[in-house]
Write a protein that binds this ligand. Sequence first.
Ligand code: HEC
Ligand code: HEC
Ligand code: HEC
Ligand code: HEC
Length: 266
Amino acid sequence: MKGGAARNSRDEAGPGGEAKGSAEGRSWRPSEWAAGRPAKDDAGAGKQHAALFAESRYPSATTCGTCHPRHFEEWAVSQHSYAQLSPAYMALQNFINLNVNGTNGDFCIRCHNQVGMNMEEPTGISNLERHPTSREGITCIVCHRVGNIYNKASGRIALVEGDLLQPVYGPSGGAELKRVLDNRDKYRVVTSADEPGRKIHTEVIEFKEMSTSTFCGTCHDVTLLNGFRLEEAFSEYRASPAAAEEETPFAALQGLKGQDHGSNDA
Ligand code: HEC
Ligand code: HEC
Ligand code: HEC
Ligand code: HEC
């Protein structure tokens, strides 16, 4: 970031939120958009530390992928993994924020990037400054570390924080996991932080609601602050004959892309 030409004023707002040049002449500055949420530590080693610490709070999809490779592969090529990286989304969000003096705030990003928002990253920093799990957009823990149905909350979701050992929420619960944990030596997994070896979540909490379309509707209806309905995949689906006929609403919304989320192969 340092010393670069001020091509993109957004990139000039450091984690501390100080805007450097480039935003002069505008009534709004990136630092204000970043809403005064300074990163805890800005220095080299401190930054590395912070990154490690964050991984222990919000594990990456690559970590989950070591044991769930098929789920990882399907997710990695889906739009969900692209939600915080999409240049179209970034450009549109920046354009809007610049033109409404920042009053749009976290409206876009809180639905495209829950990890970053839970970590209290500033909204207006470059993706290069974000924690790797934050760049993953709608990543594994955004769906599997959520124990509530939020309905149409415009994507404002509180994630359950913690390292890999923390429970995950899944459709069928922990029976299969229990079998694995009862045979730790065979499967070579460990369940405490100080034991060396391959760590695993210690529990799966059954969360049947995640197999309903309402779960997806948390983010798949976008209503703008002025009430304009920008996206309404979920409402359209609910109003359609398909909703009445569909045995698993989840499968119907999935049909948006015609992709199967995948069977369990861990
Ligand atoms: C936490 C928010 C969130 C939840 C929950 C969520 N999605 Fe998404 N979804 C997104 C975002 C954001 C995008 C757009 C990503 C992008 O391209 O920038 C997206 C994109 C998609 C797409 C691609 C759409 C297209 O036009 O290419 C499909 C399909 C999809 N989601 C299906 C689902 C299904 C099925 C569920 C429920 C199991 C679900 N989503 C739950 C946020 C969410
Ligand atoms: C957009 C939300 C969403 C994301 C992102 C997501 N999942 Fe899922 N996942 C689901 C839903 C919903 C189900 C339940 C599907 C059902 O009811 O059959 C599920 C089911 C599962 C299951 C249980 C077995 C199965 O296939 O039904 C595993 C394991 C799993 N996911 C792992 C992962 C991993 C690993 C990632 C990241 C690489 C991931 N998921 C990302 C929503 C998501
Ligand atoms: C409530 C959640 C939510 C909010 C808020 C939201 N989006 Fe999205 N966004 C989505 C979903 C879901 C999709 C996928 C839509 C689909 O294809 O059905 C999407 C898709 C997109 C896409 C097309 C795919 C891509 O990434 O290139 C762009 C661009 C985009 N959003 C930009 C924005 C901008 C800019 C804002 C703020 C004005 C915003 N979004 C606010 C959920 C949201
Ligand atoms: C060390 C291996 C390992 C790692 C790492 C791992 N899992 Fe699992 N996971 C398992 C095993 C084993 C099971 C039990 C068998 C099954 O249900 O697939 C399981 C089950 C699940 C289920 C299914 C629950 C259900 O209701 O069917 C979900 C969801 C899940 N894991 C998500 C995740 C997520 C998200 C991560 C990353 C934060 C992750 N897992 C990391 C091994 C692992």
